[in-house]
Structure formats: structure tokens, C-alpha cells
Write a protein that binds this ligand. Structure first.
Ligand code: SF4
Length: 134
């Protein structure tokens, strides 16, 4: 089972309140140019089925508890990527009235990918690093 996860991890994304810039870079991974599926990655719409959860943006009043719940529903060996400077530090959303906490203050984060937004190559690099940890 562990070997299967390493060879074909299921990945999902959760937008905790990003501006969608980071999410668009994640979508670019599915295009022939970046083709993250060559590493065996499978995209799942439900984070419950995912081995790796990519979280973009800091949490807000609506998403903080949802992120906690989604993380608790993922199967063991789950890994989290905090994608983009907003999820890591709060960045431009830090002082917003409805911004709550950074991603790692809500769920454990295994790898940080800074940038605004991060390049697709940086996201691929993070996923490949996580494959070694799974
Ligand atoms: S890091 Fe930049 S691109 Fe990503 S959510 Fe924040 S402002 Fe948007």
C-alpha cells in the first residue's frame, strides 16, 4: 500500500481564501507543458480521498474549521503543502478583518512553497520531495 501511494499519490486542493492566483498555477500542472501526471499523480476532487492536500491562502472565518475537518477526514500518511506566501505568512490578507490563521496554525504542514504565486516548477518540486516522505 505504501508503495502504491509513492507511485501514484492522489492530490487535492483546498482554497482557504486565496486570490485564485495560486490555484491557477496548480491548474497549470495538469497541462501538457508541466504534466504532473508523469509522476503518477492523480487529481481528486474530494480531499477525503487524497494523500496530499495543497492549501492555498490563509484561513478565514469560513474556511478555518472546514480545513480542520477536511484534514481529519483524510486517510493516514496524509501530507499537506502550504502553497503561496499568503498561506505561509498571511501576506496581503494578513490584516483583513476576516483572516484567521496561517495554514500551519490550523493543520500540520509538511512542506512550504513560497511565492506570489509560486511557479509550477516549485510546486512539482514540492510534490516530488513529498513522495520521498510518503
Ligand atoms: S500568494 Fe499571491 S497568488 Fe497566492 S493567494 Fe496570495 S496573493 Fe494570491
Amino acid at each position: 500500500m505504501r508503495n502504491m501511494i509513492k507511485k501514484s499519490p492522489w492530490i487535492s486542493i483546498f482554497n482557504a481564501s486565496s486570490c485564485n492566483g495560486c490555484d491557477l498555477e496548480v491548474l497549470a500542472l495538469l497541462t501538457p507543458k508541466y504534466d504532473i501526471e508523469r509522476f503518477g499523480c492523480v487529481w481528486k476532487s474530494s480531499p477525503r480521498n487524497a494523500d496530499i492536500l495543497i492549501v492555498t491562502g490563509p484561513t478565514n472565518g469560513q474556511t478555518k474549521n472546514r480545513l480542520k475537518k477536511i484534514y481529519s477526514q483524510m486517510a493516514p500518511a496524509k501530507k499537506v503543502i502550504a502553497l503561496g506566501t499568503c498561506g505561509i505568512t498571511g501576506c496581503v490578507f494578513r490584516d483583513y478583518y476576516n483572516t484567521r490563521q496561517k495554514v500551519d496554525e490550523v493543520v500540520p504542514v509538511d512542506i512550504y512553497v513560497p511565492g506570489c504565486p509560486p511557479r509550477p516548477e516549485a510546486i512539482i518540486n514540492a510534490v516530488v520531495k513529498l513522495l520521498k516522505k510518503l
